[in-house]
Design a binder for this molecule. Structure first.
Ligand code: ADP
Ligand code: ASP
Ligand code: MG
Length: 320
């Protein structure tokens, strides 16, 4: 008894009732071995995408506080459903929102960072032998407003909870059974990697392999918690991300779609007000940059991921 196991299941692993049943079986098997079990869940399937689109249908200027209030609902649905199912199966269980689980973040809506976790409620429920199911991807800021951690952020919730509870490992269950030499859904001969260092995985995540959220890997490295990625649907050995370093071994290849936005005009390099306005805009929108270059006639901005046309429209309004 007494080993705390932190298990995270992603959106495709909980997409419908049948998959929730498979997840419940995996969890109860681990619980039955005498472990204390904390589960972190994502929203079901494409719920988060759907909620974002619904907000955009209502407004072309969605307040970021309200967007987080809306997006956090996806994880509340999946965790409540799993808890309903586990209780029905005879396993004591409770779902907790980010706030109930004590997850405090900064107020950077849609890309918030976890500042600390007050584990008292989680520990109280574990001590009552309950399986504790926590909403991934969300927390609460000092004004008690709901925040979200950025797309794919449930991985980060899981590792932060593993660190706060001093768990030995953090298990990330997904639709793939590990990290591969390339995206296995796109490159058919991709091979599974047994071990990756935190540094290698951080490179992979920040270059766009969405198999793990990059802040998850950062926290794993900081607290030296091995991250074990496995499939929800088979028992195959997964990939271990830890501080084990293997020299001279090529690990992976990756392609990423990015957005490049260019603003043209003679002498633009001396238009300091415009340059400042653009930088302020990028900061306000929390857009992550790969590159920012200014020449005599062009400001060229490369964003880390694809930005939507709404951002370009706003930038256009700002400039002209
Ligand atoms: P989850 O919903 O479980 O969080 P994600 O969709 O966020 O899962 O991440 C898993 C997906 O990551 C896989 O379905 C796969 O297409 C993609 N992926 C991209 N690069 C890799 C890689 N190198 N190895 C494994 N999966 C990868
Ligand atoms: N539901 C959120 C998303 O789709 C968080 C996650 O799945 O990790 O981005
Ligand atoms: Mg993910």
């Amino acid at each position: 008894m007494d080993t705390i196991m932190v298990l995270k299941f992603g959106g495709s692993s909980v997409a419908d009732n049948r998959k929730l049943e498979l997840v419940a079986k995996r969890i109860t098997k681990i619980y039955d071995k005498g472990n204390r079990v904390v589960v972190v869940l994502s929203a079901q399937g494409k719920t988060t995408d759907k909620l974002i689109n619904e907000a955009k249908e209502l407004s072309n200027n969605v307040p970021s506080r309200e967007l987080d209030a809306l997006l956090s609902c996806g994880e509340q649905m999946s965790t409540a459903k799993l808890s309903i199912l586990l209780n029905y199966m005879g396993y004591p269980s409770i779902s907790l929102t980010g706030w109930q689980a004590g997850i405090l973040t900064n107020n950077n809506n849609q890309n918030a960072n976890i500042i600390k976790i007050n584990t008292s409620r989680i520990l109280k429920e574990l001590n009552e032998n309950k399986i504790v199911i926590i909403t991934g991807f969300q927390g609460i800021d000092e004004n008690l407003d709901i925040t979200t951690l950025g797309r794919g952020g449930s991985d980060t919730t899981a590792i932060a909870i593993a660190a706060a509870l001093h768990a030995k490992n953090c298990y990330i269950f997904s639709d793939v059974d590990g990290v591969y030499t390339a995206d296995p859904n796109k490159i058919e001969n991709a091979k599974k990697i047994e071990n990756l260092s935190y540094e290698e995985m951080m490179q992979l995540s920040s270059e766009g392999a969405k198999v793990l959220h990059n802040r998850c890997v950062e926290i794993g490295e900081k607290f030296k918690i091995p991250i074990i990625t496995k499939s929800t649907f088979n028992e195959e050995k997964g990939t271990v991300i830890s501080d084990k370093i293997e020299e001279n071994k090529v690990k992976s290849i990756i392609k990423k779609e990015v957005s490049r936005v260019s603003i043209i005009g003679n002498g633009i390099i001396r238009n300091f007000d415009l340059i400042k306005e653009i930088i302020d805009f990028i900061k306000k929108k929390n857009l992550e940059l790969l590159n920012f270059e200014i020449s005599e006639t062009k400001i060229s901005i490369v964003f880390k991921s694809i930005i939507d046309d709404e951002n370009v429209r706003e930038l256009h309004e700002l400039i002209f």
